[in-house]
Ligand binder design. Structure first.
Ligand SMILES: Cc1cc2nc3c(=O)[nH]c(=O)nc-3n(C[C@H](O)[C@H](O)[C@H](O)COP(=O)(O)OP(=O)(O)OC[C@H]3O[C@@H](n4cnc5c(N)ncnc54)[C@H](O)[C@@H]3O)c2cc1C
Length: 296
């Protein structure tokens, strides 16, 4: 049996008709692969970047949309594993055993490609946090069981003072703002999503203000690796990393080391980061406001 979504007839239909590949996602849920990178202690397979690259390349070779959905699931599972939200003690088990499909809700109209710099800001009242955000793209919108949502902290002074929250797909405050109508990768429901909901502090992924560090250290390496793998496989070539040893060295070596992350205590003991990825994540397009990484 091939990888989930490997039936080329259904992959063609997913793309041409722009339908969410429910059969392929259901096969993924039952395969154990949703827990590929999660620790064995929660039922995951405990695998590293190299295995992630291989699995996502195989899925993308069969169905780009299914691979995109898988990429965003793994990219959401990683920060939840790094900082488990207290409000949901069994979230990781669900993400590992396929009961829960995750996704990221980072990009906003105001942040665009700089998805690590949200313009929305949460407000706080005692133990409750109000999230009111307009996300420009969210893969698996309406299908995901868990959304990892970024927003500026209530007392933020810059976009890098940010938090991540886990919000369940059953929350009535999650609304799909528009359909996903794309030229390609048409079957992954990457719609704009508006969120207007109140959650407990326990839904936060890590400490107040730790969002930027988690996005840079945990999410970005995984997202970039997976994204490169999806793109290459879709073009029929296996992806070769610019630094060929990195994917074999483990997740933590892929993370750029940042002053912000060290301050929040998440990066001080990291091994040497990959220089290729550091160069990439330090670059900023010309003509934009200073990158949050250089603004500090
Ligand atoms: C299929 C798909 C699924 C996605 N899923 C998710 C998801 O699940 N969660 C999520 O949070 N986001 C998701 N995204 C959004 C993605 O992470 C980016 O935020 C988004 O693609 C940026 O699009 P934009 O049109 O705003 O780009 P822009 O920021 O407008 O960039 C467009 C182009 O202009 C370039 N550019 C930007 N600024 C400058 C400048 N100042 N000078 C020169 N060039 C510049 C960029 O490099 C790019 O080539 C998804 C995107 C796609 C396509």
């Amino acid at each position: 049996m091939g990888p989930p979504g490997s039936d080329s007839a259904s992959a063609d239909a997913v793309d041409s008709e722009g339908v969410f590949p429910e059969a392929a996602v259901s096969a993924l849920r039952g395969s154990g692969l949703l827990g590929l990178t999660l620790p064995e202690s929660v039922g995951g397979l405990g695998q590293g970047p190299e295995q992630f690259r291989d699995v996502i390349s195989q899925i993308a070779g069969a169905c780009g949309s299914t691979a995109m959905i898988y990429l965003m699931h793994i990219s959401a599972a990683m920060p939840l594993a790094a900082n488990r939200p207290q409000a949901y003690p069994h979230l990781l088990e669900g993400l590992a055993n396929g009961k829960l499909l995750g996704t990221l809700a980072f990009s906003e109209r105001g942040s665009r490609s700089h998805f690590w710099a949200p313009v929305s800001k949460c407000s706080q009242d005692a133990d409750r946090v109000h999230l009111q955000v307009e996300k420009s793209w969210v893969t698996s919108a309406g299908y995901a069981d868990v959304y990892v949502i970024s927003t500026q902290s209530a007392n933020a002074e810059s976009p890098s003072d940010s938090d991540l929250y886990a919000v369940l797909g059953t929350d009535s405050g999650i609304k799909i703002a528009a359909p996903w109508v794309a030229l390609g990768l048409r079957g992954n429901a990457s719609s704009p999503v508006n969120v207007d909901t109140t959650v407990s502090q326990g839904a936060r992924v890590g400490e107040v203000g730790s969002g930027f560090g988690t996005m840079m250290q945990v999410v970005l390496p995984c997202f970039n690796l997976g994204n490169a793998s999806v793109t290459s496989a879709w073009h029929g070539r296996p992806w070769t990393p610019p630094c060929s040893t990195c994917p074999a060295r483990g997740w933590s070596t892929l993370a750029p080391r940042l002053p912000t992350c060290r301050r929040s205590g998440t990066g001080s003991a990291e091994p040497a980061p990959c220089s290729q990825l550091r160069r990439h994540t330090s670059a900023r397009p010309p003509g934009r406001s200073p990158s949050p990484m250089t603004a500090r």
